[in-house]
Design a binder for this molecule. Sequence first.
Ligand code: GLN
Length: 243
Amino acid sequence: MSRFLQAVLALVMVLALTARAGEVVVGTNAEFMPFEFTDDDNNIIGYDIDVVHAVARAGGFEVRLHNQSFDTLIEGLESGKLDAVISGMTITEARKEKVDFSEPYYNAAQVIVVQEKTPGFEKIGDVKGKLVGVQLGTTGAGMAEEVMGENNPDLKQFRKYNEVFSELRIGRIDAVVVDLPVARAYVEKIPGIRISSPPMSVEEYGMAVKKGNSELLNKINAGLKAIRESGEYKEITNKWFQN
Ligand code: GLN
């Protein structure tokens, strides 16, 4: 092989391995229906996915999605492996110390889900002394921890909500603490479970970027503003949420 061909081959390989210029690597955890989940063909779809693509079109950047567990998203931003995150992530003071958040794009709350036949569980205090399932690293996990104490073996922390809800279905745990829209989606999907509490928190979702990446944050906020004004944001919301 000629030197020239070798050089061309090497270049092609480098290009294949690196993100295209202008491409923003967006981390998500596609385990959070209806915000991000996979369809039968393993495509990542959902409300957040539509939002981030619309924001990118309006803000002038391209998106490459990266699916990974929720508890590794923030460190992905910190290490520079990810440029941005959209993952139903609640804007919290603790997270704000590590990453920068966009303007909020969705309001949510934590609720409790139990088997239909289970009485009670109307407030977070009711999970005390019970077997509770949550997703690792979430605000729901934090709420349960506040009542149950850190490292309580009765608080089962999973990487996937699918696992959390199958444990609830077979009765290996008594209750799940999870975001309301996700609770609704699972109640629709799995027979025999119900939402037992009113909304127990006020939470806003934001997209996150590495601390100090104001260039990307400005594009995201400009994109969000533009899709709110154009009506596209409303269309996406109506598509995924009937109520
Ligand atoms: N909104 C919750 C949080 O930010 C849960 C997010 C998720 O599990 N994807 O912790």
